[in-house]
Design a protein around this ligand. Sequence first.
Ligand SMILES: Cc1cc2nc3c(=O)[nH]c(=O)nc-3n(C[C@H](O)[C@H](O)[C@H](O)COP(=O)(O)OP(=O)(O)OC[C@H]3O[C@@H](n4cnc5c(N)ncnc54)[C@H](O)[C@@H]3O)c2cc1C
Length: 470
Amino acid sequence: MDDLWDIICVGAGSAGLPLAIQAAARNAKILQLEADSRVGGTLYWSSGQISAAGSRLQREHGIADSPDEHYADAQRIAHDTIDPVVLRLFVDNAAGLLDWLMDLGFKPAPGTPVAGEAHEPYRTRRYQWGTQAAVSILDVLRPVHEALVKEGKIDLRLGHRMRKLTTDLNGAVNGVEVEAPGGKVMTFRGRNVVLATGGYACSPDVWAELTPQYPLCSYANPYSRGDGILAARDLGARVDGSEKYLNTFAGVLDRPDDPRSGTFLLLSPNKRSVWEIFIDAAGKRFMREDHPSIDYRERALLRQPGTAMTVLYDEGIRQNAPALFVMPPADVGTRFGNHRNYLVADTLEDLARQLDVSPATLRETVEAYNQAVRSGNDPAFGRHFLIREIATAPFYAVRAQGITVVSPAGVAVDSDLRVLRGDGQPIPNLYAAGEVLGFTRNSGSAFVGGLSLTPALTFGKLLGERLLRW
Ligand SMILES: Cc1cc2nc3c(=O)[nH]c(=O)nc-3n(C[C@H](O)[C@H](O)[C@H](O)COP(=O)(O)OP(=O)(O)OC[C@H]3O[C@@H](n4cnc5c(N)ncnc54)[C@H](O)[C@@H]3O)c2cc1C
């Protein structure tokens, strides 16, 4: 290949789309490589909840806010575990991202911004989303991107999977090697290469290598395979963050041997009262099931070996409680008794045997809980929602576990988003944006509202604007 590109952007998802748009608008010669047959990446999957402080939207709502307050609030929720350099860069530029999206036509859903939704709330209202989850964001980015591709300002190659980065004799990145459709291997040369390849929540192998402490149970984009992280690591990039992993509460593997087949259970007490009890590997309750803090619930599950728990209930609860599963009731019905993770029995003793816990312990656990229901007082955990005893056969058990939509580890970067080596020095010409940084670098050891998708979009946009200093 004779062409020398100003920017080679690997990935055309949440970070890659704004990057290419902004770079092309400034007349950079940009090549965008995308493994999938379409652009959008995780925008097709994500809930699209984004946060920003000091935005035009907040001012329209009379909300006083600032990047400093966003910074302090995010670190409060994350127990001071977010990378300070990355967070600073993010909070200072997030409002610019939201204003830009709104200029392009993004419409926040009625009722937003709010302080919190699925995660621990912020102290102020800086959190919003579109009516079609993250597709509302894609819907405003894609037409602009498409027009630039048509004009020839972005050279977009779909179905091109980066295999590795190439370097010159001094170790400076000077291009990428890709596998093109049909398996052809090609090399492209660039002055700057940006990794916008997302995370690795859909690669059991990469997960086992980078996050061996926790089993994988994910619901994520199948193209989140960790390619960018591994390619940077091959050049000596520092890859870390798994020690800050926090699971989401909670899921079930639909195909027990496929860790990418996670489905969610509806166990969030602010959306559905929790009628069931949760038991540990010994057959005992281990947490207050209806605790209002999602952070409490996620950490209680994280402490269980293998982040595993069993959700236990009876026929009375099955008939009276709102749906526990996202899948249709008919599909749920076919799983009980025929699936390793969905158990049913006529007696608690039989259920205990299937769960491999002591029948006496399980009986005691259920008896103590039923007594709490009768007295309206749960001395063990202080649960408030005590609506119904677990007493009517058949009895049901769902083997659940922590689920994830993101991956914790990723490459270290500096305040210019240059990828750093283990010794803290930047790898020349190599940049990164999005989940390739590792979810925990952006959000720490907690789920801070919007702190995965918004940094991806914001850092992509920033690189598109700033990689043009030549
Ligand atoms: C179900 C779900 C809900 C979520 N909800 C939220 C939320 O509400 N708020 C929030 O902040 N975060 C949320 N997230 C996380 C957030 O959406 C992601 O972290 C973010 O979108 C990742 O952006 P990205 O650009 O890094 O990756 P992506 O958007 O996945 O883009 C990466 C692109 O790179 C391509 N690619 C990968 N490897 C290669 C390769 N070797 N060569 C070429 N191309 C490659 C991929 O195909 C993809 O198109 C959610 C995630 C999921 C799955």
